[in-house]
Design a protein around this ligand. Structure first.
Ligand code: FES
Ligand SMILES: [Fe+2]
Length: 326
């Protein structure tokens, strides 16, 4: 496939998703890679295709002693620089292809082998410093192309359709507070219905939501969208991460960061927060996977300028990326 947005930085995993000494497969822009993390937290990444007879290295296993991945076919081993280990010796030159990684804190970024055309955003690091990391949720492959999957995150008119179950959003308004190239800040006001005691018992976080929610969304095109919920008791920074796997599939996961007014609230609400975020993604996924191929819209809704702004960033990628690199 032709790479989508070549030169964009993609956030492919949080270290907690990798486990220790276990192969972790990532598909980015039609290429498969294998990642693994050793017990000191060092992360390695190779093209997933074994350079011997093309077995998938992610089906193999990690040798802790040499920090290598062993191919499941004929047990050849490769280290994170692509060197071959065979019969107790190491090759003179790398043989397996490596994947460029930039690790910032616990976040693993890559340009997928392309020359960088946008910097790695700094917002993630700032959030990780200020908020508690609650966990990763909603790790999912969406059977939908990248642009369509991206645009649903910029679409502020689908709340009371796609998310009517559980959230019962009565109305939702959104407006740009700031837009500057790949960065945009949007203020969203959502009016919620009354939840029954049973609904709150099933998802205690619902009980902490005010009737009128004043949320903020911070967009860093193309990889990240942060949802900021500010209530008296909970402040969240919920990062919806996306990257293109193939032409017709997109990978997503959510990085949940939060602050609570009291430590016991964290205990009480963190699971529910993760669960609610997973439901949101599940609902978005069902919607995306049911859509017919995109065609020119014959109807325009209010606040859709935010969505079309993102579409323009996508369509003008070459100019945008050129402007950022000059
Ligand atoms: S295919 Fe990998 S060792 Fe032979
Ligand atoms: Fe949604």
């Amino acid at each position: 496939m032709q790479a989508i947005l070549p030169g964009a930085p993609w956030l492919i995993a949080h270290k907690s998703m990798l486990g220790i000494n276990q192969p972790f497969k990532v598909t980015l822009n039609g290429q498969d890679y294998v990642l693994w993390q050793n017990k000191t937290g060092q992360v390695s990444a190779l093209n997933n295709v074994c350079p011997h007879l093309q077995a998938p290295l992610s089906n193999g296993w990690v040798c802790q002693e040499r920090n290598t991945i062993t191919c499941p076919f004929h047990t050849l081993e490769f280290d994170g620089q692509g060197y071959l280990y065979q019969d107790g010796s190491k090759s003179n030159a790398p043989i397996a292809e490596t994947l460029d990684l930039t690790i910032v804190g616990d976040l693993i970024w890559t340009y997928g082998g392309f020359e960088p055309r946008l910097p790695i955003p700094q917002l993630h690091e700032k959030i990780a410093e200020e908020y508690d990391f609650i966990g990763v949720t909603a790790e999912k492959r969406i059977k939908s192309n990248f642009l369509t999957s991206l645009l649903i995150n910029y679409d502020h008119n689908h709340q009371n359709g796609t998310h009517r179950e559980m959230f019962q959003v009565k109305s939702c308004r959104a407006e740009f507070i700031e837009k500057d190239g790949i960065y945009a800040l949007v203020a969203q006001t959502a009016e919620l219905a009354d939840y029954t005691p049973e609904e709150i018992a099933a998802n205690p976080t619902l009980g902490a939501f005010p009737k009128i929610m004043n949320n903020f969304l911070e967009y860093i095109f193309p990889s990240s969208q942060f949802f900021r919920l500010n209530t008296a008791d909970i402040k969240t920074y919920q990062g919806h991460i996306l990257y293109p796997e193939t032409e017709n599939s997109t990978k997503t996961f959510i990085l949940m960061y939060a602050k609570f007014s009291k430590p016991e609230l964290k205990e009480m609400l963190q699971e529910s927060l993760l669960q609610i975020a997973a439901v949101v993604v599940e609902q978005d996924t069902s919607c995306l996977e049911s859509l017919y191929p995109r065609a020119k819209a014959k109807i325009r809704l209010k606040s859709e300028d935010i969505m079309y702004y993102a579409q323009e960033l996508y369509q003008n990628w070459e100019n945008l990326a050129a402007a950022q690199t000059t």
